[in-house]
Design a protein around this ligand. Structure first.
Ligand code: GRF
Length: 200
């Protein structure tokens, strides 16, 4: 079985959707890490009984904060990391330590509209199709290899708030299932590595 950590900065609705689904595969959501003490995700974690940690970036280099994050990962024996509205770019210190094992959800059809304003940019675009992307994290911003994309047709007369809500609902239906798939895949490779060791 594999251990998952979630990193979030704000509301935490994707964190909650993951927390409610992850046990099904027999995996453990071992911790939530937030960079802000006022993140609503922390309240959700308390209600869900998920251990949480605040790692402040204030007044220090990103890599200093990330050393604390890596320490928490070690303490919980974390295998996979899911970013869920985490508003910090991870440096190679963390990305390389967990190469291929950090995933992110972004509310646009990447490579369109990376960055923090993706839903509004999708809304104001002439695109007839908008959507979400789950991808592996690399050194760039919203730039790693795509795992899955799901799209929605624009509805004429829809407001930004209505589109936002449809995008978030799509995220909640999609992200937990992808996280579980990634955890299952890792677990499968851990088991075959164990078997190889036993037969050597
Ligand atoms: C989501 O739209 C996600 O795609 C983006 O940040 C938002 C986080 O929302 N990366 P929440 O905190 O999970 O409610």
């Amino acid at each position: 079985m594999a251990n998952l950590a979630v990193l979030a900065s704000g509301n935490g609705s994707n964190f909650q959707a993951i927390a409610e689904a992850v046990g099904e595969g027999g995996h453990t959501l071992c911790c939530l890490i937030c960079d802000r003490p006022d993140a609503y995700a922390l309240v959700r974690a308390e209600h869900l009984g998920v251990p949480s940690h605040v790692v402040s970036y204030a007044g220090r280099k990103r890599t200093e904060a990330e050393k604390d994050i890596l320490g928490i990962f070690r303490k919980h024996d974390v295998d996979i990391v899911a970013l869920a509205g985490f508003m910090r770019l991870l440096t190679p210190l963390v990305v390389d330590a967990y190469a291929g094992r950090i995933i992110n959800i972004h509310p646009s059809l990447l490579p369109k509209y990376p960055g923090t304003n993706a839903i509004a940019e999708s809304f104001h675009s002439p695109d007839t199709e908008v959507g979400i992307t789950v991808h592996t994290v690399d050194h760039g911003m919203d730039s790693g290899p795509i795992i899955v994309q799901k799209s929605l047709q624009r509805i004429s007369g829809e407001t930004l708030q209505e589109l936002e809500q449809r995008i978030h609902e799509l995220e909640h239906r999609t992200y937990p299932a992808v996280v579980i798939e990634v955890l299952n895949r890792l677990n499968g490779s851990k088991q075959s590595a164990d078997q190889t060791r036993r037969t050597q």
